[in-house]
Design a protein. Structure first.
Length: 124
């Protein structure tokens, strides 16, 4: 709590606004990169802050395991929390992520998707 308080005090209102805008931009960049891949689409249409829910056409858990094996924390599987979303993945990016980080995630996800079969009857 002390670290958070110090961070906010040092950043100030303008700094915090800059961090928030950068986080939103990075998340949008991430979502654009990932939804360009076959089998990945936005699950929700509304705007978010620095998180977004993606729908996949195949089970999320094995994909997250494969990404973790590549050193990538791929997000949070939502099926246990919101089963009505189906195979959903919560992803986010903060101001600390770079375009290179996002390209690395998208490339790894593309490789993983190529090795994981889509669910029967999955919609794109």
């Amino acid at each position: 709590m002390l670290a958070g308080t110090l961070y906010l005090a040092l950043m100030g209102a303008r700094g915090l606004e800059c961090v928030a805008r950068a986080s939103m931009a990075r998340t949008e960049e991430l979502v654009r990169a990932l939804t360009a891949l076959p089998g990945v689409r936005r699950a929700l249409s509304g705007r978010g802050f620095h998180e977004s829910v993606l729908a996949l056409d195949r089970p999320v858990a094995p994909i997250l395991r494969a990404l973790a094996a590549r050193g990538i924390l791929g997000g949070l599987e939502l099926s246990g929390y919101y089963p009505e979303l189906g195979q959903a993945l919560l992803v986010c990016a903060t101001e600390t992520r770079t375009s290179a980080d996002i390209r690395r995630y998208a490339a790894a996800l593309s490789e993983v998707l190529a090795t994981q079969p889509a669910a029967a009857g999955a919609l794109r």
